[in-house]
Design a protein around this ligand. Structure first.
Ligand SMILES: Nc1nc2c(c(=O)[nH]1)N[C@H]1C(S)=C(S)[C@@H](COP(=O)(O)O)O[C@H]1N2
Ligand SMILES: [Mo]
Length: 197
């Protein structure tokens, strides 16, 4: 069994151009959480963007859904080397959230229920590159995978896709989040294998 899966992974790595260097294809959907899975009712859920002026923009669950869900078909890549190709999600584009927000800051800290944080340049969240995802594979997002809502930034390693996300804080500098303070790369491009620093 072990020999067969190693052989299969090796072949996938060599022949699949959609697989970034050093990644293998996962058949299942692994769960990776640094802490317990929070239990969040959408009635209590809210999302907040805070800018350098101190201004706060907030959305309830219904207000967020009213921005409009779009279909997302994308590959995801975890720094622990598994990738999934062609995953299906629905979510709200970050372009819609930032449409009414005034900021001069170029960096964002994503915050989650439970205290997880991760830093992302603002430009990596715009132009159709990132979403607040609320559905996976036609179902409401499983709590283990970040439900009711997670950040989805699939062009970066998956630790940037903060589960149970509840807000974004604008930053003038690219300050490190939780894993970035613990040695993960500040940016995390899977095609450049920006795993650790
Ligand atoms: N809030 C929160 N978000 C998180 C994490 C976490 O521990 N807490 N882990 C990150 C990491 S390292 C990965 S690989 C992905 C895993 O997502 P999954 O459990 O849905 O596969 O979530 C990311 N988002
Ligand atoms: Mo990860």
């Amino acid at each position: 069994m072990g020999i067969i899966s190693r052989g299969f992974s090796g072949r996938s790595r060599e022949h699949n151009p959609d697989l970034p260097p050093g990644q293998y294809l996962a058949e299942d959907f692994p769960v990776l959480s640094a802490g317990p899975t929070p239990d969040i009712d959408t009635a209590d859920w809210s999302f907040r963007v805070q800018t350098e002026s101190g201004k706060q923009y907030t959305w309830s669950w219904d207000e967020m859904q009213a921005l409009g869900l779009e279909e997302i078909h994308t590959d995801i890549h975890c720094v622990t080397r598994w990738s999934k190709l062609g995953t299906s999600w629905r979510g709200i584009s970050l372009d819609k959230i930032f449409a009414g927000i005034e900021t001069e800051n170029a960096y964002v800290m994503a915050h989650s229920y439970g205290g997880y944080t991760t830093n992302v340049p603002l430009e990596d969240l715009l132009d159709g590159k990132a979403w607040i995802a609320t559905e996976y594979d036609g179902e409401p997002l499983d709590p283990e995978h970040g439900g009711p809502a997670r950040l989805l930034v699939p062009h970066l390693y998956f630790w940037k896709s903060a589960k149970w996300v509840n807000g974004l804080r604008m930053m003038e500098t690219d300050d490190p989040g939780f894993w970035e303070q613990n040695g993960y790369h500040l940016y995390g491009d899977p095609w450049l294998e920006q795993r650790y620093w």
